[in-house]
Design a protein around this ligand. Sequence first.
Ligand code: ZN
Length: 136
Amino acid sequence: MSALSQVSRIRQRIGQLARQRREAERVLLERSALVKGTLLEVQRTCGNPGCKCARGQKHSCWQLSASVEGKTRTWNVPRRYIAKVKELTGNYRRFRRARAVWVRLNAEMRERINEMEAARTVPDFRDECRRQKRCS
Ligand SMILES: [Zn+2]
């Protein structure tokens, strides 16, 4: 492959990566709040032998579960907040996906930029200069 066609192939890929990165950045720069964690519906018994839960109709409650400093923590979520918490945990997952994509794209971008530098650098330019006595 000629250096020129290699340069144009790398340029194309860098352009593609830049567009994909802008897409990810669009998500990362949104203003909506993020809530880390997973919302779970938990079925429980209360321990009262006369309760309906003792006959199989368990109580349900909603919990938010998240890792905080390496430990899993859970919080009870009142029913009136469930829709909001679902939305905000969804925002968080979306943000994290976009962040992972951004990091991956950046890593590849760096590789392509290194390739571009190698493809565009004239080899042995100083030798060439010495031969032509244009450089000191
Ligand atoms: Zn019960």
